[in-house]
Ligand binder design. Structure first.
Ligand SMILES: Cc1cc2nc3c(=O)[nH]c(=O)nc-3n(C[C@H](O)[C@H](O)[C@H](O)COP(=O)(O)O)c2cc1C
Length: 285
């Protein structure tokens, strides 16, 4: 396929995903949706409101308010249909309340505190990990960074290709890499950012590169949690300028950036964004 056709195909597919997303969010009446779809939309909206307040974004922008209205309407539908569990409802209400306070008073609510933990058994590490978006400015030695990342490479990968590379940038607000990334507000305040790249040259399977990226990233997040550091996975892929960021990081063109993982010593305590109870998401056939 020549370059021009490739880029048209890319554009159409990207638009297709975007169009579907916009349709469910803005056009289709929530009343017509099943519970799973509505819950996913609600979680997305509440997550956005939570971040809007933390970073004091979009105050004058109608989009923040629009999300607020949509979230309230959706919550009401789910409540009326008895389709939302108590923990999720509590989480939604807490975030909405924070948003209300911020709108009225300009008070940004970030729960300052040290997220580091001493939990050492696997299940506790898994359950204790949270996406943290504020950090101390502590420097981390190279030796320590190797220690933190090493457990990640024990991740499974399709045909054991191990296609990953961790590209680490010690951050500061002037780092030009940031200009090409998404979530600038968050990445610019992180002491370190890992750009996770995957070599896509030798994957006959369409989705294996993304799955490999996801699995190794989770290993990495758990290792950071275990050693008392905090991070947040941040989607990159097609929403960033891959070409420019690869050039900046000295990567080959076949090394695609999937995630940015800002990390450091956490300076925020967050509550668990509620999880759907296990009975609701398991189907034993
Ligand atoms: C593939 C992926 C992409 C993500 N992208 C972003 C992002 O762009 N910005 C962000 O703030 N959080 C991002 N996150 C973090 C999620 O918002 C977070 O995992 C979710 O809200 C649940 O919170 P928890 O990680 O504390 O359990 C991403 C997570 C994943 C797995």
């Amino acid at each position: 396929m020549n370059r021009k056709i490739k880029s048209i195909v890319k554009k159409i597919t990207r638009n297709k995903f975007r169009r579907k997303f916009d349709y469910y969010l803005n056009k289709r009446d929530f009343i017509k949706n099943d519970a799973h779809l509505n819950l996913m939309i609600l979680r997305y909206l509440i997550h956005q409101l939570d971040k809007t307040v933390k970073y004091a974004l979009n105050k004058k922008n109608i989009r923040g308010e629009d999300k607020y209205k949509k979230a309230n309407r959706l919550k009401k539908i789910l409540e009326e249909r008895n389709q939302i569990c108590r923990a999720e409802l509590r989480w939604c209400n807490e975030v909405i309340k924070k948003y209300d306070i911020w709108k009225e008073t300009d008070m940004v609510i970030v729960h300052v505190g040290n997220k580091s933990s001493n939990v050492k058994d696997l299940v506790s590490v898994i359950k204790n990990r949270r996406s943290i978006r504020f950090w101390e400015e502590t420097k981390i030695s190279e030796q320590e960074i190797y220690k933190l990342l090493e457990p990640a490479i024990y991740a499974p990968s399709s045909c054991n290709r191990q296609p990953w590379q961790f590209n680490i940038v010690e951050n500061n607000k002037t780092d030009v890499t940031l200009k090409f990334t998404s979530n600038y507000n968050m990445l610019s305040i992180a002491p370190y950012v890992i750009y996770l790249s995957i070599d896509r040259r030798f994957h006959p399977e369409k989705f294996a590169p993304a799955i490999d990226a996801g699995i190794v990233a989770q290993n990495l997040l758990l290792s950071l949690e275990y050693y008392g550091y905090s991070a947040c996975p941040v989607y990159q892929c097609e929403v960033i300028n891959q070409k420019k960021i690869k050039k900046r990081l000295g990567l080959e063109k076949h090394q695609d950036i999937y995630l940015a993982i800002p990390f450091g010593i956490g300076k925020e305590t967050v509550k668990l964004p509620a999880r759907t109870p296990i009975e609701n998401i398991v189907k034993i056939i």
